[in-house]
Design a protein around this ligand. Structure first.
Ligand code: ZN
Ligand code: ZN
Length: 329
């Protein structure tokens, strides 16, 4: 009996995985097909991609974004969209060097065009120095710089969607954390997508919204997708997130499919949570999105360099992307 149960539920070949919420075993081929189909359903369910969209995938070098790119490429003709990738090189020593080489390899293997934006080249200093001079923790500086640059590359390259690699476990842990800390306004940002704002922000999508972390891990391993081995030296594990993921997975084990059902209901209820409202106005220095008339990138660079650097970075980006054939169809 035991032998039999380890065969793929679809073809009878040797199984590599059991998916409890489906009560199915899959062989390598059928697991890959299953996961690609799962992402296709997510895209349809939340209308993440439309025909003729230009989808820019943010690659970090990690497994989630690499798996995202691989799966989106497989779905690009089905949904009829174009694809390109972007990587922000933060200049954090070996970690960034390795990440840069890995994303080059990831995109070369798939034949997808890649834009690399190096913080060092734009500002003359790396992320570590920027955060030190701005007297801000590296991770929050990194988040701020990445958000600004990714949005800028997306706008400059004519992308209609920016695709991020967050998976179901990430989203659930973030939303539980927001609840525990009662930072409820953050919850409204945790949906499967955000809308574009004309000339100011490109809409973000999370096609791995319903994909479990163990599924991206297995997919990357089965397809030998290259991923970064080293860790950012600034990385500090968030104990609360780790604990929450553990608890969530314990409950999932008892009640397979709980995560999926949570995320779908969560999306329906998203409007009920308080939104981060406030003005949306173009930054007076660079014209990018802000709430006060000065965007956070211009504010932090003004603090460090004595003048806001947004418009200079915008110029740089225009040159970098000018005449570049980016979009893969
Ligand atoms: Zn099979
Ligand atoms: Zn600005």
């Amino acid at each position: 009996m035991r032998e039999l149960r380890r065969k793929c539920s679809l073809c009878g070949k040797e199984a590599v995985v059991y998916i409890p919420y489906q009560r199915r075993y899959y062989c390598k081929e059928h697991f890959i097909e299953f996961l690609v189909n799962k992402v296709r359903s997510t895209i349809k369910r939340y209308k993440l991609i439309r025909s003729r969209d230009k989808v820019l995938v943010a690659l970090s070098g990690g497994k989630d974004s690499a798996v995202l790119l691989d799966i989106l490429l497989k779905l690009s003709s089905y949904f009829n969209f174009k694809l390109a990738a972007v990587h922000i090189d933060l200049g954090i020593g070996n970690f960034s060097d390795e990440s840069r080489e890995i994303v080059k390899e990831q995109t070369k293997r798939l034949g997808v065009n890649l834009v690399i934006v190096a913080v060092n080249e734009i500002l003359g200093i790396d992320l570590t120095e920027l955060s030190r001079k701005a007297r801000r923790p590296p991770c929050s500086t990194c988040g701020l710089v990445k958000r600004y640059l990714l949005n800028l590359v997306a706008l400059t390259s004519g992308a209609s969607k920016l695709a991020l690699g967050h998976n179901a476990d990430d989203i659930m842990a973030y939303s539980f954390k927001s609840f525990l800390t009662q930072d409820l306004r953050y919850i409204s940002k945790l949906g499967a997508f955000t809308e574009s704002i004309e000339r100011l922000a490109v809409g973000r999508i999370r096609p791995l919204y319903e994909v479990y972390e163990f599924e991206t891990k297995l997919y990357a391993r089965l397809l030998d997708i290259p991923v970064v081995k080293s860790r950012c030296p600034h990385f500090r594990p968030n104990q609360m997130e780790i604990e929450l993921k553990k608890i969530i997975n314990d409950i999932e084990q008892e009640r397979p499919g709980m995560k999926l059902s949570f995320l779908r209901k969560f999306m329906r209820n998203l409007k009920e949570y308080p939104e981060i409202k406030g003005r949306i106005v173009p930054c007076k220095y660079c014209g990018m999105i802000s709430s006060t008339g000065e965007c956070s990138f211009c504010r932090i660079t003004r603090k460090v360099f004595g003048k806001p650097m947004g418009s200079k970075v915008k110029e740089y980006m225009n040159k970098l992307l000018k005449d570049k054939i980016l979009w893969y169809s």
